[in-house]
Ligand binder design. Structure first.
Ligand code: SAH
Ligand code: CA
Length: 214
């Protein structure tokens, strides 16, 4: 579902810096060749990630859920010179395609793309991270948050995608919520109640939580 009128969304996109050739190509190839192309960040959210990263100018970013590399490339564009994006995904079927896109972005030297279960990989990552993007399996959002919060630098930004879960966060009381929806509800509550962060939930695309470690 779209949270705003389609015409207004189009107006927003028409007033957002254009997607470059590479990001357009990633979108096309994701739609043509990959399962669940809806998961890609896309133009508006991608540019927002890029702008957030340029504002934050991080040395190290952790991304959980690479998919076809769209969001990772957007964020890598805002890294400090010599900085690094560590991006994790469990799906090794996309590896060749994604490595190709990273090469084409000219940022492959700054991107550490690792395949495996993020739950197993993160405990071995030393940090500190100046920025993190949680965008993998919804059921584990809370675990990802607990695994990274102590590794975030002071002032570090954690972004989490799909926190409105197509609007299912508003499932009526008394009605049974499915597991993913419950996981998102628990995650949003946990952030809201955590005194270690200040946060805002942005109703962009499927909802983006922005939490800054104090
Ligand atoms: N960030 C991407 C979209 C990510 S889609 C973008 O905005 O364009 C979610 C990804 O999470 C999928 O590619 C899926 O393979 C990955 N994923 C799911 N469970 C995972 C896990 N346990 N560890 C690492 N990656 C996982
Ligand atoms: Ca997502």
């Amino acid at each position: 579902m779209e949270f705003i009128d389609t015409a207004l969304l189009a107006y927003c996109e028409n007033h957002t810096s254009a997607e470059d050739e590479l990001l357009q190509k990633i979108t096309r190839e994701t739609q043509a060749k990959v399962m669940m192309p809806r998961m890609i960040s896309g133009h508006l959210q991608g540019k927002l990630l890029e702008l957030f990263t340029k504002m934050q100018n991080p040395h190290t970013i952790l991304e959980i859920g690479t998919y076809t590399g769209y969001s990772g490339i957007c964020m890598a564009r805002g890294l400090k010179p010599g900085g690094k994006l560590i991006t994790l995904d469990i799906n090794d079927e996309l590896e060749t395609m994604v490595r190709g896109f990273f090469e084409e972005s000219g940022l492959a030297g700054q991107i550490d793309y690792r395949l495996g279960n993020a739950l197993d990989i993160i405990p071995d990552l030393p940090g500190p991270f100046d920025m993190a993007f949680i965008d993998a399996d919804k059921i584990n959002y809370g675990k990802y948050y607990e695994l990274i919060i102590d590794k975030m630098s002071a002032g570090g930004i954690i972004l989490a995608d799909n926190v409105l879960w197509s609007g299912k966060v508003l499932t009526e009381k008394g009605k049974k919520t499915d597991k993913d929806t419950q996981a998102i509800l628990d995650f949003n509550k946990m952030i809201q109640e955590d005194p270690r962060v200040e946060n805002a939930l942005l109703p962009i695309r499927d909802g983006v939580m922005v939490a800054r470690k104090i």
